[in-house]
Design a protein around this ligand. Structure first.
Ligand code: DSN
Length: 438
């Protein structure tokens, strides 16, 4: 090799290991920068989203992505896992401390895979599941016909009561006695009220079923003590780590009984997954550490207070809140009274820099693509620093935009109101700056 070639080679090697994304791939860098600007400029009201910390992202964006580590701390199939073990054990210890349970598997890549791993661990294809219907607030992975859970299991679904929008526990019990499920699933992705974990356990015990609580949406509120914990009532809880819990995108399984450990751990690996994403597990550990700080309790309570303020303002303006209000971070608005459809409503709000998602409401006459509802949540806005006064104000801005949409016939929206609202949102968000770099 000539000297010049050797120099060039050294430079290439240095670049490979050290060149920042900005220089290495400008197309992707610029798109990420654009997304950073979007997140700064829009108020995030999607109930399942949040803004995680720089520290969490720092942990995730590390050389840990290089390592294969099938197995569990202290029992790996590949060598070189000493430091990975340290990290994963810290994540496990913090998870169990945070949720007050004995065991945790921090490896699931998502909430969906957490649920699938639990099914794989405890029931067989063809088994009976009793769970909440998707359009009543449940989740795809709780037995929706379009999901593997609905294809492989015999699913019966409960919903919410027409009169008060709450789970009808007597009806759940009746259904359980009638169908004799192998597993009862509680937990939801669009249910605003406190779930009675103890009552669900009584029902599950009556029919000898496993009780799984999917707390993907509520985990941060549970960890922060703003709503009751599913432990010690449930056999197993699953969650995502990126919603109210404010960590990296990922999943987590929690349980108390040592007898379940082998089944659950082996369902995650080798049952469902291969090498765990240890860079994400490090980021989960950081997020769990942050959630163990006393300040997280204040955050969790503020999330609930803010969601109530938002729902209250919308109700004051004549919008129907499913179940009449919220005890959590989330609620659904039923747009039928205003004659609105979810899709154009979501788009009108986005034009005003208010980001929420259209969502099916119970017994929705519209198709899932359109819907008759909107789902709102406070976790990201609360992280950003908005309080009750700001969320109340935002509730009125949402109502202004939706009223404008009604006046325009429900499709195009009122450009003037949307523009004025976008300007107000921009002014508000200037007071609550976010990430300085992508
Ligand atoms: N997509 C999530 C949500 O928005 O609730 C659930 O998986």
């Amino acid at each position: 090799m000539t000297n010049l070639a050797a120099k060039r080679d050294a430079r290439t090697t240095w670049d490979f290991y050290n060149q920042p994304l900005r220089e290495a791939d400008s197309a992707i860098f610029q798109a990420i920068e654009a997304e950073r600007a979007r997140q700064a400029a829009y108020l995030e009201l999607i109930a399942s989203e949040n803004m995680t910390s720089r520290a969490v992202m720092d942990a995730q964006g590390t050389i840990l992505t290089n390592k294969y580590a099938e197995g569990l701390p202290g029992k790996r199939y590949y060598s070189g896992c000493d430091h990975i073990d340290t990290i994963e054990q810290i994540a496990i210890d913090r998870a169990t401390a945070l949720f007050g349970c004995n065991f945790a598997n921090v490896q699931p890549n998502s909430g969906s895979q957490s649920n699938q791993a639990v099914y794989l661990a405890l029931i067989k294809p063809g088994a009976k599941i009793l769970s909440m219907a998707l359009d009543h607030g449940g989740h795809l992975t709780h037995g929706s016909p379009v999901n593997v859970s609905g294809k492989w299991f015999d699913v019966t679904q409960y919903g919410i009561r027409d009169d008060n929008g709450e789970i009808d526990y007597d009806e759940v019990e009746r259904m359980a006695l009638e169908t004799q499920p192998d597993m009862v699933v509680c937990g939801a992705s669009a249910y605003a009220r406190i779930i009675d974990w103890a009552r669900f356990r009584q029902i599950a015990d009556k029919v000898g079923a496993w009780l799984l609580a999917d707390i993907a949406h509520y985990a941060g509120l549970v960890a922060g003590g703003a709503i009751p914990s599913p432990f010690p009532h449930v056999h197993i809880a699953t969650t995502t780590t990126h919603k109210t819990l404010r960590g990296p995108r990922g999943g987590l399984i929690l349980w108390n009984d040592e007898e379940l450990s082998k089944k659950i751990n082996s369902a995650v690996f080798p049952g469902m997954q291969g090498g765990p994403l240890e860079h994400v597990i490090a980021a989960k550990a950081v997020a769990f550490g942050q959630a163990l700080e006393p300040a997280f309790k204040d955050y969790a309570q503020a999330v609930v207070d803010n969601a109530r303020a938002l729902a209250g303002a919308l109700a004051e303006r004549g919008y129907t809140i499913v179940s009449g209000g919220t005890d959590t971070h989330v609620f659904l608005v039923d747009l039928q009274k205003q004659g609105l459809v979810g899709l154009p409503a979501q788009r009108a709000l986005y034009r005003a820099h208010l980001n929420c998602n259209r969502n099916a409401i119970p017994n929705d006459p519209q198709k899932p693509w359109y819907t008759s509802g909107l789902r709102f949540g406070s976790p990201a806005g609360t992280t950003r620093g908005l309080g009750v006064a700001e969320f109340t104000q935002v509730g009125h801005w949402i109502a202004d935009v939706l009223d404008g949409l009604v006046k325009s016939g429900g499709k195009s929206g009122d450009t003037e109101v949307e523009g004025a609202t976008a300007a107000r949102v921009a002014q508000l968000l200037q007071r609550f700056p976010v990430y300085e770099r992508a």
